[in-house]
Structures are given as structure tokens and as C-alpha cells.
Design a protein around this ligand. Structure first.
Ligand code: SF4
Ligand code: SF4
Length: 251
């Protein structure tokens, strides 16, 4: 993550989902949209999928126009960040009236001013001198506030991503192989290319995939991304999620 963090009270660094917190963000707060500039927003594969579909552009165009892909030394998965405007460092999607991609805004923007700890608790990543919404007299329970942020599919996809990352860290497989790196980037971040790869190469001639699943991934990008995670686990670690088709016997 992403947004700049400020010193926060230690007591606020491990909040259970049942914990109440005082917060309201609206056009009326004097800091409105101030948190949408001069920040690093790391995008997950699901963030990319949602935003490019919301904008009705291809993955290629989205990645070219709106992101920076930063390779990480000795790691297969790069960091993909939203490319802030060069001049004023603002997010390319911020307007005077708020976020122009609000319904598909990325995970860190949905979570702000909270972030999630590894143990499933939450913490405030700013304070009420930066985020005046924390001074508003409106109390929310974290879990119901998160429900309103429609965070569930993001968390499900974060689980897929962290399970892949954990496995990659323990198997230092192919990390310096540019071909493997390109395949990983394509499968996770360039879903349109991945779809093309699955349906226009010999992919389905070589792998035995449930025909019902093939039909689903043709029309459902969420399921296609889940399929991409499975394919990477199969290709990188030999996880038995697919089977290689037997070659027809020749005379
Ligand atoms: S994506 Fe939307 S909410 Fe997130 S920083 Fe940009 S304008 Fe703000
Ligand atoms: S700093 Fe806080 S209150 Fe201000 S716009 Fe951002 S989230 Fe809303």
C-alpha cells in the first residue's frame, strides 16, 4: 500500500472488524480529494481488471496510459502503480467533485483511511490533522463500513495473489527468466492478452480444461483472472489444477 502514512496512535494500530471508528468523507470536508495526490497507489491484478473494464478500454491501453510497471529485484511479480500526473502529482482520475472511477476505484482507495494488517485486524493510516473526515461526528463499525466499500471481491482476489506470492517466495523459480516474467505480467495484469493467448494459441489443444469452465472464462473476467492464477500455479509449481492432454498416437 500506498497512501502516505502519518504517526497514528498505537492503540489504533490493531482494530478488530467490530471496532467503531469515527469517520465521514464527503464533498463538504475541506480536505476533499487532498488524499488523491502525491501518493503511491499500488494496483492489484483485480484493480487493473475493474478499472480498465469501467473505462471500457483494453488492458494494454490502461497499462500504457495510467500505470508504471516497476520490476522488483529477484521477484517475478512487478509492482504496478497508478501513474500520477507529472505536473501536479494528482491522480489522473481525480476531479473537483471526486473520483471519476468511483465505482471501480482501487482497493487502497476503498480502504482509506484504514489498512489491513497481516493478522486480519485493521489500522488507521492517517490522523485527523490530515484526514478531516476523522473529525466528523459519524461513527461506523469497521465491518459494516467495509461492506459499504464493496471490498469482498477485492479481498478474495488478494487471497489468490498472496497465495501465489507466498509460493513464489519459497520457490525461487525462473525469477531471472524474462520469458517467464512476461508470461506472469500478461496473466495477471493484461487480461485481454491472456484471453487472446488462451483462445487463439494452442493452449486449449495442450491442456485439458473443463468445457464448462472454458465457456465461463470466455465471458467472465473475474473467473478468467482466477483461471490465470490457477494456470500460473500449474505452470510454475506443477499444481494439479490442469492436465496435459495426451498426444494422439501416430501410426
Ligand atoms: S482512483 Fe479515485 S479515489 Fe483513488 S486516488 Fe484516484 S481519484 Fe482518488
Ligand atoms: S483526506 Fe479523508 S476526509 Fe479528506 S478527502 Fe481524503 S478520505 Fe476524505
Amino acid at each position: 500500500m500506498t497512501f502516505k502514512t502519518s504517526n497514528t496512535n498505537n492503540k489504533k494500530s490493531r482494530l478488530e472488524s467490530t471496532h467503531p471508528f469515527q469517520f465521514n468523507c464527503s464533498l463538504g470536508v475541506s480536505c476533499f480529494t487532498k488524499c488523491c495526490q502525491d501518493i503511491n497507489i499500488v494496483l492489484t491484478p483485480y484493480d487493473v481488471l475493474r478499472i480498465k473494464n469501467g473505462l471500457a478500454i483494453s488492458s494494454d491501453e490502461f497499462l500504457d496510459r495510467y500505470t508504471l510497471i516497476i520490476p522488483k529485484e529477484n521477484l517475478l511479480i512487478p509492482i504496478v502503480v497508478l501513474h500520477m500526473n507529472e505536473t501536479d502529482k494528482k491522480c489522473p482520475f481525480v476531479t473537483d467533485t471526486g473520483c471519476s472511477i468511483y465505482s471501480d476505484r482501487p482497493w487502497p482507495c476503498r480502504m482509506y483511511p484504514l489498512d489491513m494488517n497481516n493478522d486480519g485486524t485493521y489500522r488507521l493510516i492517517t490522523n485527523d490533522s490530515h484526514c478531516l473526515g476523522l473529525k466528523e461526528e459519524s461513527t461506523k463499525i469497521i465491518s459494516s463500513w467495509l461492506e459499504g466499500q464493496e471490498i469482498d471481491p477485492y479481498e478474495e482476489m488478494n487471497e489468490y495473489l498472496s497465495s501465489l506470492t507466498i509460493q513464489l517466495q519459497s520457490n525461487k523459480l525462473g525469477i531471472n527468466n524474462p520469458k517467464i516474467q512476461q508470461m506472469v505480467i500478461m496473466a495477471l495484469y493484461n487480461l485481454d492478452k491472456f484471453r487472446e493467448f488462451v483462445f487463439t494459441s494452442t493452449f486449449l489443444d495442450r491442456l485439458d480444461v473443463d468445457p464448462e469452465r472454458i465457456e465461463i472464462i470466455k465471458r467472465d473476467d473475474y473467473e478468467l483472472l482466477v483461471f490465470a492464477f490457477d494456470w500460473l500455479k500449474f505452470g510454475l509449481f506443477g499444481k494439479k489444477v490442469f492436465w496435459v492432454k495426451e498426444k494422439p498416437k501416430t501410426e
